[in-house]
Design a protein around this ligand. Structure first.
Ligand code: SF4
Length: 318
């Protein structure tokens, strides 16, 4: 396991592009790293501002699993906290679920070195799940239900009013497609929402961040990553497949992920079919021209995403 990096200092570039030798390669790698750091701070700051995620006086519980995403989340939030115009507190929390082989000293050591307020909650949900779920059946739903309940009780005890999770842009898109493909719903993963028990506000400050940037940042910062397969549970195959589908689309049609993600922020209920969001039944002609009204047979012309040739412009009937 790697030793934790000093969180306050930008580490010497570890060649995001793989280059490790020569002054030119080093300079290029350092420049790329600085760009990455700025992009992460800008995107997280933007998401916090756009959704009013953090306000004066908030006490935010940052959930740390030991994976690259939650390390990145805590790292960036600490940087933003140092220069934020509002004052808020961060409390890093890890739940040790007593999975076999869980390196219990890694996170406390890392957090002690950061010198920040933190709490490790130890609860053996692993044994409960193993005792209750028959061999071969998926354990994730009971495990995550137990984890959720425990994290709420920890947040209550620590007097936190917000819970920050490390889900990123690609998680959110994957969830959107999973809901559509397997749940028959147009429903994604919200950047900010009340917890299901109504007690806390759950926030996802990495909402605008690409997973590939978090991979690069974790590598650069040398976070002491804890493997996520310790419980022995099968990976969520459907999520894996949807993730691969999205990556393939992006390879074949650069810009598609960005476009789909933008679409999550531009919903037009009148052009979908949910009667609860748009009152189709009582619709009346208004006599007033409306740019967003039905254009009958006209086709909508879509500009290509940046960097894509005009030949790939798409037409879709309105
Ligand atoms: S992968 Fe393992 S630890 Fe994660 S939710 Fe599933 S059972 Fe729990």
């Amino acid at each position: 396991m790697n030793a934790p990096a000093d969180p306050t200092i930008l580490q010497p570039a570890t060649a995001l592009d793989g280059a490790t030798t020569g002054p030119a390669a080093r300079t290029r790698a350092e420049r790329e790293t600085l760009k990455l750091e700025k992009r992460l701070a800008r995107q997280v700051g933007q998401a916090i501002a756009d959704f009013n995620m953090i306000e004066e006086g908030d006490r935010v519980m940052v959930c740390l699993s030991g994976g690259k995403d939650s390390y990145g989340l805590l790292d960036i939030l600490l940087k933003l906290q140092a220069r934020a115009p509002v004052r808020f507190e961060l409390v890093a929390v890890n739940l040790d679920q007593k999975q076999p082989g869980f390196p219990a000293e890694v996170l406390p050591g890392y957090l002690r070195q950061l010198g920040i307020e933190h709490h490790i909650e130890t609860q053996d949900t692993y044994s409960i799940v193993k005792a209750k779920i028959p061999e071969g059946k998926t354990t994730c739903s009971l495990c995550s239900r137990l984890r959720r309940g425990i994290l709420y009780s920890v947040a209550r005890r620590l007097k936190c009013n917000k819970i920050a999770l490390g889900h990123h842009r690609d998680d959110m898109l994957q969830t959107f497609f999973l809901n559509m493909f397997f749940g028959g719903k147009l429903k994604g993963m919200p950047p900010k929402l009340t917890s299901d028990n109504g007690e806390f506000i759950v926030i996802r400050p990495l909402a605008y961040v690409a997973e590939s940037d978090l991979v690069a940042w974790a590598e650069h910062r040398q976070f002491p990553i804890i493997p996520c397969n310790l419980c022995g549970s099968q990976e969520n195959l459907q999520r894996k497949q949807v993730g691969e589908m999205l990556r393939q689309w992006q390879r074949q049609h650069p810009g598609r992920i960005e476009s789909m993600f933008t679409a999550l922020q531009n919903v037009v209920p009148s052009h979908l079919m949910d009667g609860a969001l748009h009152d189709f039944k009582h619709l009346q002609a208004t006599g007033v021209a409306d740019e967003n009204g039905d254009k009958a047979f006209d086709e909508e012309v879509f500009a290509p995403p940046a960097g894509v040739p005009f030949a790939s412009v798409t037409r879709v009937s309105a």
